[in-house]
Design a protein around this ligand. Structure first.
Ligand code: PNS
Length: 159
């Protein structure tokens, strides 16, 4: 069986929380497409190309994982990729409303697409890209929250 899933997000930048979800997904999928959103409602710190490069560094040469940009509807992208599963990380109750809405909308758009929520490691549940960006921009230490390559990229942005 070739079970394909997409793991979509802005990944601006990818954190250890994202890494954790990628690794957990690989316990039950054969191929994981990390789908990096080209257009998000938020202004991004890292360009699409930078976000993809950082994820490629994180994933290394694991050929079960592929990093791809996407634009437009996630449901259409998943269909094009032959994926039947959307993976999302669920950290807290505060994530739930938005995630539930998104999962139901994606199901309305493509009835054969299942959203699977994964709970990250407990020590990463407070983590988000936005909090990493904020702390790094103010000179705080985020070394244990991101991959060393991401840390260097943040240092490059904020000095
Ligand atoms: O990292 P994020 O901000 O939680 O990612 C959100 C993302 C990019 C996965 C979501 O906004 C998305 O799927 N956008 C694509 C447009 C789309 O399909 N919208 C309908 C589903 S609500």
């Amino acid at each position: 069986m070739n079970r394909i899933a997409v793991y979509p997000g802005a990944f601006d930048p990818a954190t250890k929380g994202h890494e954790d979800i990628i690794n957990r997904s690989l316990h039950f999928v054969d191929r994981l497409i990390v789908a990096v959103a080209e257009n998000t409602t938020k202004t991004s710190l890292f360009s699409l190309q930078e976000r993809i490069e950082l994820l490629n560094e994180i994933v290394g040469d694991d050929d079960r994982v592929e990093i791809r940009p996407f634009h437009g509807l996630l449901a259409d992208f998943a269909h094009e990729m032959g994926a039947a599963i959307v993976v999302r990380g669920l950290r807290a109750v505060s994530d739930f409303e938005y995630e539930f809405q998104m999962a139901l909308m994606n199901r309305k758009l493509r009835d054969d697409l299942e959203t699977v929520f994964l709970v990250p490691a407990r020590h990463l549940t407070f983590l988000s890209s936005s909090i990493v960006r904020e702390v790094a921009s103010l000179g705080g230490d985020v070394a244990d929250l991101v991959h060393p390559t991401v840390l260097r990229a943040l240092e490059g942005k904020f000095g």
